[in-house]
Write a protein that binds this ligand. Sequence first.
Ligand SMILES: Cc1cc2nc3c(=O)[nH]c(=O)nc-3n(C[C@H](O)[C@H](O)[C@H](O)COP(=O)(O)O)c2cc1C
Length: 333
Amino acid sequence: MLFRFGLDFTVPDKEGRPFTLTSLLGRYVVLYFYPRAGTPGCTQEARAFQELLPRFRALGAEVVGVSPDRPEALARFAHKHGLEFPLLSDGEGVLAQAYGVRAGRRLQRSTFLLDRAGVVRWAWRRVRVPGHAEEVLRTLEALAQADQAINGLIAARRAKRALRPDPLPPAAIERLVEAAHLAPSCFNNQPWRFVVAQGEKLAAVKNALPGGNYWALKSPAILAVASHPDLDCRLSDNRDYFLFDCGLAVGFLMVQATQMGLVAHPIAGYDPIAVKEALGIPKDYVLITLVVLGWPGDPAELSDKHREIELGPRVRKPLAAVLGWNSLPKEER
Ligand SMILES: Cc1cc2nc3c(=O)[nH]c(=O)nc-3n(C[C@H](O)[C@H](O)[C@H](O)COP(=O)(O)O)c2cc1C
């Protein structure tokens, strides 16, 4: 069981004060469940975490112990063994329930490692105490290092062209649009409008593609992204934000598609008048892009040029061409 938002809880700490776990956002959290303060196993585990606490904290992590004990018992436990990390009193089993660490009336000794966004990234169940805190520390070290790399889904996304013509479940398309719809927008205007083209409408859209986009003919569903400047902020200096916000939404959609093993390839190459007509999109709307959806297919079916791109490395200008510190990058001036 790995789930998100593992910090949406408030439980009493050892002083009996409400401790809101979301206050730990931005730090890694080692959330460890133990059955009972003061017993030999729980004491050994707590002392091991305490001993390694400076190293956990140096990696930006907080250790948090959770048990069904009452706050007074936790206060005594912490005082006796010099425990400096928070101990939470989960008497009602709210956290134990949420993390699924209850085995009947017993609590299963378990540890969860949450990342800086509160997402559970690692879980240990039926923990054996000797060597456990060290293992958690090693896992955290590896995780913290991996989190400094480019996000895996962003790195994996490509504008792939080889498509398998298998149908796409409507629920998958809806999920993609749900992800897009979570994008930020100016004043939360949500200017994006999506039209899924399927069946006859899909055929009409495909008719509006130029020869260069031949590969999109295999797509089982194409998504039109349309908007109007009035649907979003219009500020001075020509800052109409509808295009920007729709771009963010499509960005989110592509990341979600990558996670779901799908291709979501935006294109500008189409006859906008024909597509608008086919999909009933008003003339004064901007048809910003078509997103070609589908399952990854066989690159052998692509043109030589496209196969080379499909199988080749990602092409980008050097970072210095697009990133300037305190002024525009020199090359672009
Ligand atoms: C707005 C936009 C329009 C695009 N139009 C087309 C298109 O008409 N046909 C096509 O094959 N690829 C099109 N692409 C894909 C780009 O060529 C591709 O994203 C770029 O080469 C970078 O490759 P990558 O996405 O794999 O990193 C378009 C991409 C964007 C964002």
